[in-house]
Design a protein around this ligand. Structure first.
Ligand SMILES: Nc1ncnc2c1ncn2[C@@H]1O[C@H](COP(=O)(O)OP(=O)(O)OP(=O)(O)O)[C@@H](O)[C@H]1O
Length: 416
């Protein structure tokens, strides 16, 4: 079987690309796919199944446990999708962004599963990070930003070209001039013996965490270990936070604060946010909505807010030349949403898997933005990723380690 890969930047609309592939976009290189049975391993498929399940009240992917597909963590959904795909006996699988959302151990399980069908199933990989290329891909097709084929390589030629070119073009920023007064709390967050279970399933066990002003934290843990659960309790979106020993921004939890009072002090990004934007909004308004903690802007922006948004975009060299947020690719949208999280200069920024779907260039852009903010020591950052992003200079590592009672926490000071 001659497996093939498409290398593209994150400006490409993957949904459209997948549709094109299904309609024989690659027919000069592989057999006609329209006559074959195909599946798509992608977060796009996961979102589609979840939407369909809500709309039709129907289960598309059943699970082995009593957790539904929608309730699963993003990594758990990835494995469930991979298993589901091979049960359909596909002739081909389009594999989009194979390394995202899973920890190392789970990724090797996914690799193994794909390797099992290597000789009977055709793989078409879509990737945006050079190191993600699957070893058994023989041909690589590079496409440009308008989905035209710009180069065709063997894997060896492709790797040779990209190791010779410096893909991680270094971006160096200073942002201290963009940050004026950041509200100061000491500490910002404390958690004592936080213990959470969903139905009978323990998730967090006696977790302790103190986050002080200006600290940069990396939060890691295997899939399903409770990272998003923990963050949603800080953000104020999870009812499990009630009854816990938590102090947020100088106040004990449940001392009469509203969710909006908490959100005022936090800028955040989490992957599911991408699905919440269903109105047409300009890029500028999307950034400014960060001042209001709304998703999209529903009132006229003030002049000073427009000025701040413009300064951030200019400082970071963002010129997508398009006015509508929806016209951007998911990768570009992520960068805009990260600026949206920063723009109000909150004392705490929470970024849950912000680099998923970004290409090598935008990862390096992201790393520089975050390092520049961290260096000001004014804003605390919590960054979650299964991948170690080269160059990111966190001060502390907060790890969740699963046990039979739920995940326990471990803190390590990092040497940067
Ligand atoms: N609403 C819910 N109902 C039932 N179980 C849930 C719910 N939300 C989360 N869970 C379960 O809690 C556990 C922790 O999920 P969480 O999303 O916090 O993990 P995570 O560490 O962020 O995982 P990942 O790295 O895969 O994103 C998972 O086993 C998940 O299935």
């Amino acid at each position: 079987m001659k497996h093939i890969a498409i290398y593209c930047s994150n400006t490409i609309d993957k949904k459209q690309l997948i549709q094109q592939i299904e309609k024989n976009f690659l027919s000069p290189f592989i057999c006609k796919l329209t006559e074959l049975q195909g599946e798509v391993y992608s977060s796009i498929t996961i979102d589609k199944f979840i939407n369909e399940a809500y709309k039709h009240d129907k289960i598309f992917i059943s699970t082995d446990s009593d957790t539904t597909f929608e309730e699963m963590s993003s990594g758990q959904q990835r494995i469930a999708l991979a298993k589901f795909i091979f049960k359909q006996n596909p002739d081909y699988v389009i594999i989009d962004d194979i390394c995202s959302n899973v920890d190392k151990q789970t990724l090797s399980m996914v690799y193994k599963l794909f390797e099992e069908y290597l000789n009977t199933c055709l793989y078409i990989q879509i990737f945006s990070r050079i190191n993600d290329i699957l070893p058994y891909v023989s041909q690589v097709i590079e496409i440009d930003n308008v989905m035209g084929i710009s180069n065709v390589f063997t894997q060896h030629e492709f790797l040779l070209k990209h190791t010779l070119t410096d893909v991680s073009k270094k971006n160096e920023y200073t942002v201290s001039h963009l940050l004026s007064e950041v509200p100061y709390f000491d500490p910002l967050v404390t958690m004592q013996n936080v213990t959470v279970a969903y139905r009978t399933k323990p998730v967090l066990h006696k977790v302790k965490w103190t986050i002080k002003a200006g600290e940069f934290w990396e939060l890691r843990g295997p899939i399903g270990s409770g990272k998003s659960t923990l963050l949603s309790m800080i953000i104020g979106d999870n009812p499990k936070a009630y009854g816990q020993d938590m102090h947020l921004f100088g106040r004990k939890k449940e001392s009469g604060e509203s969710v909006w009072e908490i959100k005022k002090h936090i800028g955040y990004f989490y992957p599911k946010m991408m699905q919440l934007f269903n109105r047409e909004t300009s890029i500028e308004n999307m950034i400014i909505s960060g001042f209001y903690d709304s998703i999209g802007l529903y009132i006229k922006p003030l002049d000073w807010q427009r000025k701040v948004a413009k300064e951030w975009m200019e400082n970071l060299g963002i010129d997508y030349n398009k006015k509508n947020f929806h016209e951007l690719s998911p990768g570009q949208q992520r960068i805009i949403l990260i600026i949206r999280a920063i723009v109000k200069q909150p004392p705490l920024i929470i970024l849950d898997e912000p680099t998923v779907g970004l290409d090598d260039y935008n990862i390096s852009l992201f790393v520089s933005i975050i390092n520049a903010i961290a260096q000001t020591k004014k804003i605390a950052i919590i960054f979650v990723s299964h991948r170690k992003e080269v160059g990111l200079q966190a001060d502390y590592l907060f790890e969740l380690q699963p046990t039979e009672y739920g995940s326990i926490s471990k803190i390590t000071k990092l040497l940067t």
